[in-house]
Ligand binder design. Structure first.
Ligand SMILES: *Cc1c(COP(=O)(O)O)cnc(C)c1O
Length: 491
């Protein structure tokens, strides 16, 4: 073979490792300073048109180089964040992240393993993280599980196992068309949209999801639930699953999980719990009793990127019976056969328990963070957020200009600005404008919801950086903006 005219191979590694190393050091310095000084910047600001336009540039065909790529990041990306790492971000239910979590992401990407299976250490790290999660939440140690992108995917995994396990036929082979009776699932009207999405994706249709009314505490109405199951049975449906909420997204309500578990046991139904953020409240000794029954779930979905403050993305699905879990997802063609020895050995193949084959090393940031702080500290931070929610609620109740719109069982506070001479419709308009003004001011970023037809500013606290004074600033600013709008005749 004549090798004379063959060009030397290229790779994506740097020509000069020393240059790359110093760029890496600069990046760490820049981003650490960015984190350290986050409190001094606005929470969020609208992105200027000029910046948006920059992202319309065509595909780079020629190299622009490492330095240019980083400069563009500094100029166009870093200054225009969502704001969720800021101490006064309380929109939706969004986590904050941590410096070590960030560094662990870098290390994970450096090792870059595929955590779908095979015999290498990342699988053992993830298995240990799952064991720690089970221990933390009081879930049986024999349960199986896997880390996923978040609560939505964890709900999909849990509900898929529920559907396949409760089907009275080989659903994997014949599909939902073959169901002799239509399957139905039950949860409160406050259930998160990702549950409905999962049910739609499972081919059952959103009508199969019976959304049961809630009581004045926004918990599922148990007698309404029992009636719905009974009626469905009488009409020839096959009830398969109850979805319990451990912390609803609107108000943080926790269903009576123990009673739901009883009903599931009596009726032969699967019990799935969506504990996206609320499940972690078991780490608060004060709130733990509210979550009794969660440990009886057949499947449990929760997030680590919300109330465990891990960087995106990481959620977790746990399934009580390993067999049910595995038989839903395991599919092993020749090219994926596991062996006893060699690289394809090892007993942990996460691809047998979920939808993804190739999987990232999201376990590392969880593993390192849990070692860094220990479970007790997470318990204290969760309690701190709950105490802050109560503090904010008490401030709201003390102010004649503000009105609390829902009970505060957990870490979510829904309230609005009020004035005697305005009806609900005008108040809805005013509070809508007020929220936008507040967000655009950069002072604080709550989100909103609608409670009994009333537009509510909604503060969900899964933020380890928030302090008491941040909530005082929020209260002052909401009242100031509300009064200003009243005087200027807006809206
Ligand atoms: C956030 C949330 C979800 C969805 O979780 P993602 O991590 O956003 O996919 C599901 N249920 C509840 C109650 C949530 O708060």
């Amino acid at each position: 073979m004549n090798l004379e005219n063959v060009p030397e191979e290229e790779s994506l590694d740097p020509a000069d490792w020393q240059l790359m190393r110093s760029l890496g050091h600069r990046m760490i310095d820049d981003i650490m300073t960015y984190l350290e000084t986050v409190r001094t910047r606005p929470v969020w600001q609208p992105i200027p048109e000029k910046i948006k336009a920059y992202f319309k540039q065509p595909l780079p065909v020629e190299p622009q180089g490492t330095e240019q790529a980083y400069q563009d990041f500094l100029e166009y990306v870093l200054p225009h964040p969502m704001g969720n790492i800021h101490p006064r971000f309380w929109g939706w239910v969004i986590g904050t992240g941590t410096p070590l979590g960030m560094l662990a992401e870098m290390l994970a990407a450096g090792m870059n393993p595929n955590v779908g299976g095979a015999d290498h250490v990342a699988n053992y790290v993830e298995a240990q993280v799952l064991d720690w999660c089970k221990e933390m939440l009081g879930y049986p140690a024999e349960a199986s599980g896997l880390l996923v992108s978040g609560g939505s995917m964890a709900n999909l995994v849990g509900l898929t196992v529920a559907r396949n396990s409760k089907a009275e036929f080989d659903l994997r082979t014949h599909g939902v068309h073959a169901a002799p009776r239509k399957m139905t699932l039950y949860g409160s009207q406050e259930t998160h949209s990702s549950v409905q999405k999962a049910i739609e994706l499972l081919g059952l249709g959103s009508n199969a999801f019976r959304q049961i009314p809630v009581n004045s505490d926004f918990k599922i109405d148990i007698s309404g639930l029992e009636t719905a199951i009974l009626e469905d049975r009488q009409e020839g449906y096959q009830p398969i699953c109850i979805i319990g909420n451990a912390g609803t997204v609107n108000t943080g309500a926790i269903d009576d999980l123990d009673r739901l578990a009883d009903i599931c046991q009596r009726e032969g139904l699967w019990f799935h719990v969506d504990g996206a953020f609320g499940a972690l409240a078991v780490l608060s000794s004060e709130l733990r009793p509210l979550l009794v029954g969660m440990e009886r779930a057949d499947s449990l979905a929760f997030d680590l990127h919300k109330w465990m403050y891990m960087p995106y993305e990481v959620g977790c699905a746990l399934v009580r019976q390993e067999d049910d879990h595995r038989s839903t997802f395991s599919l092993t063609p020749d090219y994926l056969t596991h062996s006893d020895r060699g690289l394809a050995g090892g007993s942990i193949w996460f691809s047998d328990y979920g939808i993804q084959l190739s999987r990232g090393f999201r376990a590392l940031k969880v593993w390192m963070s849990m070692k860094e702080h220990g479970a007790q500290k997470y318990g204290r931070l969760i309690q701190q957020n709950i105490d802050q929610a109560r503090y904010l609620a008490s401030q709201v109740e003390d102010m004649s200009e503000l009105q609390l719109l829902a009970p505060v069982p957990l870490n979510i506070v829904c309230f609005r600005f009020v004035a005697d001479d305005l009806d609900d419709e005008s108040l809805n308009d005013l509070n809508k404008e007020l929220l936008i003004a507040l967000q655009e001011s950069g002072v604080a970023a709550p989100s909103y919801t609608v409670i009994d037809g009333k537009y509510a500013l909604r503060v969900a606290i899964t933020n380890h950086r928030s302090k008491r004074e941040d909530f005082e600033i929020l209260v002052r600013e909401v009242i100031r903006l509300g009064k200003k709008m009243m005087h200027s005749g807006q809206p």
